[in-house]
Write a protein that binds this ligand. Structure first.
Ligand SMILES: [Zn+2]
Length: 338
């Protein structure tokens, strides 16, 4: 069933777990997520970036998502826009049936230049007003993540613009967002840290402070792939050339979940799972040429990573406990809060 993301995050908060938000561009990725969700009884957040929407031309993506909802009626699925760069991007996603949008006003509409606090509040508030009138969930961002992914990002280190907890508190009051992405030193992409991160580069203490100030706001960790060594090694074993890299350790994410983190964005780990599996088939059986011979193992490999994350974040076992709530119900929920 297709549900507003807010109800998944509310359930996660009431029951102290986190939900992986998994990026997709194609059928096999959606299948991998849904099979992992079914096998672990997990609610799911499937998200698409602007790059993914362009790659799939929206229509393919929408129908693939609807196929997932039709085939797995028992699994609550939120369809989320990752890093909307401007209000129009969010509005077109709502038109496409997304039940949740991220307005990333931490950057200007070019998706690169850090925006001012006032600019961020203005665009985010504009999206909240429209989205909530349709019952759609909104995620905002305060502070700027490091790195670039799908052409989106300020580049540079994750420590350039970490979130100021006092500013986060004012931002939520000014905009009314349901969920807040915070910058605590992480970056998008495969190269986050050059050694196993400690508290001076991965600032989990900021999450704890924000959660103290905003106990009722769902926090979101971006750039939270763990970049498992064994997957990077597999890619390189079968002809890849990836540099050594460190992601966000699972135990740090679990610490975040204890302090209000309800949505954890994971993309790179799934990309590594897919690429390592495809490279293995190409390297070991170069006579194969049917795409199913490598796409099926790729799908299996991504499913295994998704199951691991769903279990580690605590969302496993919860799908059947979540009641369907319509967007119309959410419309009156938001109207009452005004
Ligand atoms: Zn992100």
């Amino acid at each position: 069933m297709l549900v507003p993301m807010r109800i998944l995050l509310d359930h996660a908060a009431e029951n102290n777990y986190g939900v992986a938000a998994l990026n997709v561009n194609n059928m096999e990725q959606i299948q991998a997520i849904m099979e992992a969700a079914k096998e672990t009884n997990s609610p799911v957040i499937i998200q698409a970036s602007r790059g993914a929407r362009k790659y799939t031309n929206d229509a393919y993506l929408r129908h693939l998502m609807l196929a997932a909802v039709e085939l797995y009626p028992e699994i609550p699925v939120a369809m989320h826009l990752d890093h909307g760069n401007a209000p129009d991007t969010c509005f077109s996603a709502i038109q496409q049936g997304f039940t949740s949008v991220m307005m990333d006003g931490s950057l200007a509409a070019d998706g690169k230049t850090p925006a001012t606090y006032d600019e961020n509040v203005a665009v985010t508030k504009q999206v909240v007003d429209v989205a909530h009138a349709f019952g759609v969930t909104v995620e905002g961002e305060i502070g700027v993540l490091g790195g670039i992914e799908d052409g989106h990002g300020a580049g540079g280190s994750g420590l350039d613009h970490v979130t100021d907890p006092a500013e986060a508190e004012r931002f939520v009051a000014a905009t009314g967002v349901d969920a807040l992405a915070v910058a605590i030193g992480t970056s998008h992409g495969a190269y986050k840290f050059d050694k196993k991160p400690t508290g001076d580069v991965l600032k989990m203490s900021i999450i704890e402070e924000i959660h103290r100030r905003l106990p009722n706001t769902h926090l979101v960790m971006h750039g939270s792939s763990s970049v498992p060594r064994e997957l990077v090694d597999l890619v390189n074993k079968y002809g890849g050339k990836m540099k050594e890299s460190y992601g966000v350790p699972l135990e740090e994410i679990q610490r975040g979940i204890k302090h209000g983190v309800r949505k954890v964005n994971v993309d790179t780990d799934n990309r590594l799972a897919i690429t390592s599996a495809i490279r293995k088939v190409f390297a070991e059986t170069p006579d194969k040429f049917d795409p199913r011979d490598y796409m099926a193992p790729a799908r299996e490999s991504m499913k295994a990573v998704c199951k691991e994350r769903m279990t580690a974040f605590g969302q496993a076992g919860n799908a059947s406990k979540i009641k369907s709530v319509s967007l119309a119900t959410m419309v009156s929920f938001y109207a009452k809060k005004k």
